[in-house]
Design a protein around this ligand. Structure first.
Ligand SMILES: Cc1cc2nc3c(=O)[nH]c(=O)nc-3n(C[C@H](O)[C@H](O)[C@H](O)COP(=O)(O)O)c2cc1C
Length: 397
């Protein structure tokens, strides 16, 4: 990470996670940035200005209408000074405020006046985050090129478990570091699905497939290299991922769909690389099925929702890329899928060839759009992933 000669304005708002902003300042400074801090009135109830002043080495800015403060470094000067503005933690209130372009406090006025790259790291109770108004506000912010980092899933201060935790300071700083690198997809949010899904029959048995997740994880790595902010929704696999990736682990196709719906409003590019189970058992046995009880088990299967078609249909402003794992008429079937599902691009590969595809470290694919078809010959998955990302960036820029 390198923030040498970067001016970073950290805006701290009034949420429980405000105590973590001290660590964010420390990490930015350790990596060479000059950090100035703006606090909202509520933020000062959660962490003292003195603490943040001591760690940043600069006085805190908290007032828009204070003559003395304005003559020292006014809101327009601060807005011009910043290369990067990060609001962390960002409350639901502040999300609403930025969405509506309000300027009745220092932070709001600076964000309106600045040409800096703006990142926000939401932190709030899961119901506040999932509420329609917060989701709609975030969608608007994304469309205005404000990058939304997280939030992460997990246990919350109030005891609930779900999305709403602020992403860890180290990951926030890593994410910003990756996205300010000059890359063809700098600042874009890419959501990738990877790996298999598991459709439970009973608590110990499930239906799944051979997907290793390697291609999806390679895409996440390549997307980070190209400067994007990356969400990776992954089925059960045993691969480590780059720290800059926001990783969301799921099991079933339904859980994957839920996470996709949560992240899509803030996504510019969707890559559906997961091998999502087409079917799930119609009935889930709450208790383990005992072999002594049955000689034959009839498991009725019902269709899962097709996540890729759903995304292409509902989130029309996003660029949607699908994968087609085929065993015959590979290119022809992929082209049909591209048109039927109304995708922007499809990557097809022949999974009957054991030297490529599922568990292999290599792949060989056709990259098909409505106007062209490019053959990417057998190569390491990370190199194939880089080429796919390059072609996506050429298509959207
Ligand atoms: C104890 C307590 C904790 C709070 N935590 C959060 C939080 O984590 N996220 C959030 O969006 N709002 C939280 N709030 C509500 C905000 O503080 C409130 O909406 C405030 O107006 C935010 O103002 P600001 O965004 O200008 O800082 C909390 C309130 C209290 C009393």
């Amino acid at each position: 990470m390198n923030f040498l000669n970067k001016n970073i304005l950290l805006c701290v708002t009034g949420g429980i996670a405000a105590y973590k902003s001290a660590e964010i300042i420390r990490l930015f400074k350790k990596n060479g940035a000059d950090v100035r801090v703006v606090m909202t009135e509520s933020a000062k109830e959660f962490i003292t200005p003195l603490t943040l002043q001591a760690i940043s080495g600069n006085e805190i800015h908290d007032s828009l209408l204070d003559v003395k403060a304005e003559s020292a470094m006014g809101h327009i000067e601060l807005a011009k000074w910043a290369d990067i503005i990060l609001v962390a933690p960002c409350t639901a209130e502040t999300i609403a405020k930025i969405t509506h372009g309000r300027a009745n406090d220092l932070m709001g006025a600076i964000i309106l006046a600045s040409k800096a790259s703006v990142f926000i790291a939401p932190a709030m109770n899961m119901n506040m985050w999932l509420d329609q108004s917060t989701q709609e506000n975030c969608k608007k912010l994304s469309s205005r090129s404000i990058s939304i980092i997280g939030p992460a899933d997990g246990e919350q201060a109030c005891g609930d478990i779900g999305p709403g935790r602020m992403v860890d300071p180290e990951n926030i700083v890593e994410l910003i570091s990756s996205s300010i690198k000059i890359g063809p997809l700098a600042g874009k949010v890419i959501t990738i699905t990877a790996g298999p899904t598991r459709e439970q029959i009973d608590p110990v048995r499930f239906i799944s497939n051979n997907s290793s997740g390697k291609m999806g994880y390679a895409l996440a790595e390549a997307a980070i290299e190209s400067g994007a902010l990356v969400n990776l929704i992954s089925g059960p696999v045993s691969i480590d991922t780059n720290k800059s990736v926001s990783l969301y682990k799921i099991n079933s196709a339904n859980e994957m769909l839920e996470k996709v719906d949560e992240l899509m409003p803030n996504t510019d590019i969707f890559i559906g690389c997961a091998a999502v189970s087409d079917f799930k058992p119609s009935h889930y046995y709450e208790n383990k099925i005992k072999k002594e009880d049955l000689n034959v088990i009839d498991i009725e299967l019902e269709k899962n929702e097709d996540i890729l078609s759903h995304v292409a249909k509902v989130y029309k402003s996003s660029y949607v890329v699908g994968f087609a794992a085929e065993t015959k008429n590979v290119k022809e079937n992929a082209r049909k899928k591209l048109l039927n599902k109304n995708l922007n691009m499809i990557i097809s590969n022949d999974v009957s060839d054991k030297s490529i595809g599922f568990d292999s470290d290599q792949n060989e694919v056709n990259l098909i759009t409505k106007s062209e078809s490019i053959f990417l010959k057998k190569d390491k998955k990370i190199r194939i992933a880089r080429e796919i990302l390059k072609q996506i960036s050429l298509n959207i820029n």
